[in-house]
Design a binder for this molecule. Structure first.
Ligand code: IPM
Ligand code: MN
Length: 389
């Protein structure tokens, strides 16, 4: 197929679509999985006829230890000048837990108004899952995690710290505005999918926050008559997810519950190495940021033992959000195809290194067709188009 056959390649017009991409490799295995994803991106660009201008942005433990800075205004401004951010991982044993996580990851999500953390839970055909008897047909759901508040807003206090009289309090903030934004997004997404939204919360104990979430779901549901909705407590969700994931299409939930249930979701998909996420700025006021769900795994850093699938699938979400739907779908199916060939999903047992897997996914992208099949990637593009109206 020639370049001019590629959909949207703008053949003959002299203009090629170009996207400004900031790349934050970060700590631990972050840089190596991100590098593998960039190899895949190179192949997608060549195959689908677009370009990217990439800026490496140095953030993480090393730059913090060298400069004392976590996230400066200058870095935020630099990131704002991009269309999207690819993010590897942040976290290091050299820094007290919480400093980098709060000071960089959570700060970025907040500064860039990334209201939604989109976390697909999809088992691809041929990929081994530790859940006995689970099949791909039964495991295709999306968690819409509220990404700006709940117990992640910070605050809290401790009196008599370090003594036996210590009293620590830490609350959870829930505004109608942010809850509504997440719930509305979930209904829009479900409308493009199987038409079911499940609210996951703990309304029997967190009665104040729970009542707000329930009332917002009822309010939003009225605008989406074709979408059914139900409710599941977060503890029950941990039971249903492994045994009956087919019950769920779009799960909308609070920040902390979303954090917890998506690690369980990752297990269903084959493990943390496979799970992808997008921190979405749905107003288009700042770039969205795409990151594998796994962390920095410093114990295996630099040895080529990390599975780059989570990073590659996050790249697919990134491409979908940039309007490169065909490339996004190709990256997703190429990654799924390579995953299905692996004897194991992590470490030396994968039988190939991180960069070799990146090369294999890239080679599959180079060979892929350009027809766009319906997938989360096309659904996401449709939701974004609706939000822009
Ligand atoms: C995640 C991570 C982060 C979170 C941490 C590192 C702040 O666990 O992206 O799931 O809790 O959101
Ligand atoms: Mn997490």
């Amino acid at each position: 197929m020639s370049q001019s056959d590629v959909p949207g390649a703008a053949a003959g017009t002299g203009t090629v679509r170009s996207h400004r991409l900031a790349v934050i490799g970060g700590d631990g295995i972050g840089p190596e999985v991100t590098q593998a994803a960039l190899t895949v991106l190179d192949a997608a660009q060549a195959r689908f006829g677009f370009t990217t201008e990439r800026t490496d942005v140095s953030l993480g433990a090393d730059s913090y230890l060298a400069t004392g800075d976590l996230l400066t205004q200058e870095t935020v401004d630099l990131l704002r000048g991009h269309d999207a951010i690819l993010f590897g991982a942040i976290g290091s044993p050299k820094v007290t837990p919480g400093v980098l996580e709060r000071g960089i990851i959570l700060a970025l999500r907040a500064e860039l108004h990334q209201a939604i953390n989109l976390r697909p839970v999809r088992l691809y055909p041929g990929v081994p899952t530790p859940i006995a008897g689970l099949t791909p047909e039964r495991c295709d759901l999306v968690v819409v995690r509220e990404n700006s508040e709940g117990s992640y807003v910070g605050g809290g206090s401790t009196v008599h710290r370090g003594t036996r009289a210590a009293v620590a309090t830490q609350g959870s903030t829930n505004t109608w505005y942010a809850v509504h934004r997440a719930v509305d997004f979930a209904f829009r997404l479900a409308e493009q999918r199987r038409g079911r939204v499940t609210l996951c919360h703990k309304t029997n104990v967190l009665t104040e926050a729970g009542a707000l979430w329930l009332s917002v779901v009822d309010e939003v549901a009225e605008r989406f008559p074709s979408v059914a909705h139900d409710y599941v407590h977060v503890d029950a969700m941990c039971m249903h997810l492994p045994v009956a994931p087919e019950r769920f299409d779009v799960v909308v939930t609070d920040n902390l519950f979303g954090d917890i249930i998506t690690d369980l979701g990752a297990v269903l998909q084959g493990g943390l190495g496979v799970a992808a996420s997008g921190n979405l700025n749905i107003e288009g006021s700042a770039p969205s940021m795409f990151e594998p769900v796994h962390g920095s795994a410093p114990d295996i850093q630099g040895q080529g033992l990390a599975n780059p699938a989570g990073a590659a699938l996050s790249l697919a979400l990134c491409l979908a959000s940039l309007g490169e739907g065909a490339a996004a779908a190709a990256v997703e199916s190429a990654t799924a195809g390579v995953l299905a060939e692996l004897p194991a999903l992590s470490g030396a047992a994968m039988g190939a290194s991180t960069s070799e897997l990146g090369d294999r996914i890239a080679a599959a992208v180079a060979q892929s067709g350009t027809e766009v099949q319906s997938s989360l990637m096309t659904q996401l593009a449709a939701v974004q188009a609706g939000l822009a109206d």
